[in-house]
Design a protein around this ligand. Structure first.
Ligand code: ADP
Ligand code: MG
Length: 254
């Protein structure tokens, strides 16, 4: 039996009077690639951001490796974590966004070693060696002293992935990592993600790249209007969805 890494339990979220997530529940097992698909505004990004607590859900709980995100359990009661403890919890979760979010004033290498050094998970020397090894894996060794603005979008996104990996995350979250890229740069980023998936990284990926989802996803969750309409094995959802809304969506994006 594979271990459950992420448990999303009855999560609801509202912004003011707008219900953005409605009773969302799903699990992600160790080594699994879970894709969240659905139309714009469905709540996909919000769901992902709740997992590492960039957003706070209004109701429900999220557990990563059995730990309730944002809380600690003491004497059978949940106590909200302070910023430091939350940062420690988040350090095990890597996130890559749609827009390249590298620090513009730092070189590629500085971007990658920043978090491990600041959070003291590695010495500067260890972090640098690890960063160089990761850069070599994504074919960017020659770029370590360049600044983000000197790189293409695809290169920046590969650095963003490496920067997340530098923290040796338990889980990687990707929010449409290729949707801001020129079409000819999409493939190089997907290739890095595919390698990660093959190496057994547990990943949750929000994407419109249905072809890629078909290649790498184990499970797919289809969201509309804050609800998961259909969940299941990638193969069955992407080729033979049960729900009419899933069918309609897939026929539009493929
Ligand atoms: P998706 O990623 O599926 O496109 P989002 O999770 O970004 O959807 O957004 C879901 C809904 O929540 C949208 O209607 C969006 O306008 C709204 N929303 C997202 N973030 C905020 C926010 N910080 N404040 C208010 N509304 C928000
Ligand atoms: Mg989004």
């Amino acid at each position: 039996m594979k271990k459950t890494v992420v448990e999303v339990r009855n999560v609801s979220k509202s912004f003011g009077t707008v219900n953005v997530l409605r009773n969302v529940s799903f699990d992600v097992l160790d080594g699994e690639v879970a894709c969240i698909i659905g139309p714009s505004g469905a709540g996909k990004s919000t769901a992902l951001r709740c997992i590492n607590r960039l957003e706070t859900q209004s109701r429900g709980m999220i557990y990563v490796d059995g730990q309730p995100m944002g809380y600690e359990e003491r004497n059978g009661r949940f106590h909200e974590l302070d910023e430091t403890a939350l940062a420690r919890q988040r350090a095990h979760i890597g996130m890559v966004f749609q827009r390249f979010n590298l620090f513009p004033h730092m070189t590629v290498l500085e971007n990658i070693i920043e978090a491990p050094v600041i959070l003291r998970v590695a010495s500067r020397k260890e972090a640098t060696a690890n960063a160089r090894a990761l850069l070599a894996r994504v074919g960017l060794s020659a770029k370590e002293n360049e600044y983000p603005a000197q790189l293409s979008g695809g290169q920046q996104q590969r650095v963003a992935i490496v920067r997340a990996l530098a923290m040796k995350p338990r889980l990687m979250l990707f929010d449409e990592p290729t949707s801001a890229l020129d079409p000819e740069l999409v493939g190089e980023v997907l290739a890095v993600m595919k390698t990660l998936a093959e190496e057994g990284m547990t990943m949750i990926l929000v994407t419109h790249e249905i072809g890629f989802a078909r290649e790498v996803a184990d499970t797919v969750h289809f969201m509309v209007d804050g609800e998961i309409v259909e969940s299941g094995a990638a193969r069955s959802i992407l080729t033979d969805p049960k729900e009419e809304r899933t069918r309609a969506f897939l026929s539009r994006v493929m």
